[in-house]
Structures are given as C-alpha cells and as structure tokens.
Design a protein around this ligand. Structure first.
Ligand code: GLN
Length: 290
C-alpha cells in the first residue's frame, strides 16, 4: 500500500465519523506519525510503504482512531501555534485560538512600556501571558488559573518559550486561585488580560464534540448568560489595578454591548470593542481613570 492510499483510507474513516476536514487531518496526522516533511511526502507518496514503516503505520492507526472519536487534532499532536510560537496543549487547557491573537496584538500595539506589570487571569496554556512576555518584552508578567493541571501546562510552555527572556531578567510568575484570589494582598498591576470562560452553558452543550467532550468544560462555561466572569472582573479588578491601568477581555461575538455596560457601571472609562480578523466583536478594552 502507498502513503496516498493509506491516507485516503484514513480520510474515509474520519469522514464517516463526521470529522469536518477529513483529508487535511488524515494528511497532517500521517506526516506526524511518519515523521515526514511536506517535500519528502510529495516525493514518496506514490511508493509502497516499506517494511520499516510498519511501526509508524500502527502509530498512525491509533491517531486515526482517536481523531475518529473526535479528539481534537491539537490534542493528538500535543501542540498548537499561537502568535508564531508553539504551545503544548493537553485536555487540561483550552486550545489556543487564532481569535485570541486579536487581544495579544491590541496589547502589543497599545502598551509600549516594558516596565509595566501585567496580569493574565484564566491563563490556561499560558498563551496570552507567554506571548506577551516574548513579544512585548515586558519584564513582569503574572499568570493565574484555578486549575492546577492547566498551570502545569502553562509552566511547561513558559519553560520552553521564555528561556531567553529569563536571561534578560523577565519575571514570569504563575499563581493558582479563583480569579483575584490567586493574588497576594497589596499587589497592583498596570495591565489585566483575560480570556475567561464566556459561552452560555446551554450553548456549550450544543458545540462540536471536539470542544464539548474534549476541551475543559471549566474553560468554556460562562454560566447561564455567559457573563459571570465579566461581572466578577468588572467588580473586583479595580482593587488590584493602578490608576490609569488598562484591561483587555476576550468576549464572544455578541457580548460587546453587555460587557461594555458592565465595565461602565463599575466605573471604567475609554471603553472600546475591538473586532477580530473575520470582523466579529472579540475584545473589550477599558481603562481606570488616572
Ligand atoms: N473562543 C472559544 C470557543 O469558541 C471560547 C473561549 C472561552 O470561552 N473563553 O470555543
């Protein structure tokens, strides 16, 4: 059997299981299982598989079984690109989404002082906090999460992505706790970022199996109306922020109005809703008066 035939068979199985992009996933997993790059693949795809490739073929079958069970591709590969960096992912963290790059880019664009103190809540894989530490050159970044298991993944990501920054004196701190309960009394920050759980519970129930059955429910479920975390952040954050501090929150496409109103009621100013690349509302930013 050739590589092309093996992939076609696998794609058929994925398609029967309802996987949205069966050919693409079958090919990506093939390259992973056979440790092959694109060029090598193109040159060899019509040749029969060799005897030595048997072991990889078994690995590939296991990967296809898992993908057929709707395990997300990124959990099988163990990683996802975000802001051009490779983040390790496990079932304990939300898979970094391209949408979230909008938030990171907004912070990078607005916050030019490397000496500000940043806080990222509900950090998960650490993708927001770590990419800001890498790309913004900020010297003091704290990232917190309620999940011990997620913090382990964030720590691994920090270990492999922040080596250079540590040499330059960057401080990156991980804390465990429920939102601000992770912090020490008296701490103050200049920038707060968060991609909290924001999907209404009923909506989570209707999502694709990859998300609702395999990503951490606690990273998705924003309670009945999806706004619980924004309410708490709007009310509790001011005690932890310096005058003039800025907050950047990822939101669902239809939450711009509601989250802006919550922040306004809590006394924030210069509130702005920012769109993602597809043109949907994705981030709310707001300031504390100076
Ligand atoms: N953007 C994610 C999704 O649509 C949800 C992330 C979140 O709730 N913070 O699956």
């Amino acid at each position: 059997m050739t590589a092309a035939e093996l992939i076609a068979q696998a794609a058929k199985r994925l398609s029967d299981a309802g996987v949205p992009e069966p050919e693409l996933d079958a090919k990506i997993l093939f390259l992973e299982a056979f440790h092959m790059d694109q060029v090598h693949f193109l040159m060899n795809r019509m040749r029969p598989l060799t005897e030595e490739q048997r072991a990889q073929q078994e690995t590939y079958e296991v990967m296809i079984d898992r993908r057929s069970a709707r395990v997300p591709l990124q959990q099988i590969l163990g990683s996802q690109e975000f802001m051009g960096l490779t983040f390790r992912v496990t079932p304990d963290v939300l898979i970094p989404r391209q949408d979230t790059e909008t938030l990171v880019e907004q912070v990078l664009q607005e916050q030019k002082d490397p000496d500000i103190r940043l806080l990222d809540l509900c950090t998960g894989s650490g993708c927001i906090a770590i990419s800001l530490a890498v790309m913004g050159g900020y010297r003091d970044v704290t990232a917190a999460d309620l999940s011990e298991a997620a913090l382990k993944v964030a720590a691994e990501n920090a270990d492999h992505l922040l080596q250079e920054r540590w040499k330059e004196g960057c401080r990156f701190t991980l804390r465990r706790g429920d939102l601000f309960e992770a912090l020490k009394p008296g701490e103050r920050f200049d920038v707060l970022t968060s991609n909290p759980p924001y999907i209404p519970t009923e909506v989570v129930r209707g999502l694709e199996p990859e998300v609702k059955d395999h990503e951490p429910w606690m990273a998705l479920d924003g309670t009945e109306d999806g706004l619980a975390f924004y309410r708490r952040i709007a009310h509790e954050s001011k005690a932890w922020l310096n005058p003039g501090a800025c907050i950047y929150l990822e939101i669902g496409y239809d939450q711009g109005e509601a989250v802006s109103r919550l922040l306004e009621a809590a006394g924030f100013c210069n509130i702005e809703v920012i769109k993602d690349l597809p043109g949907l509302d994705r981030v709310v930013r707001a300031e504390i008066k100076k």
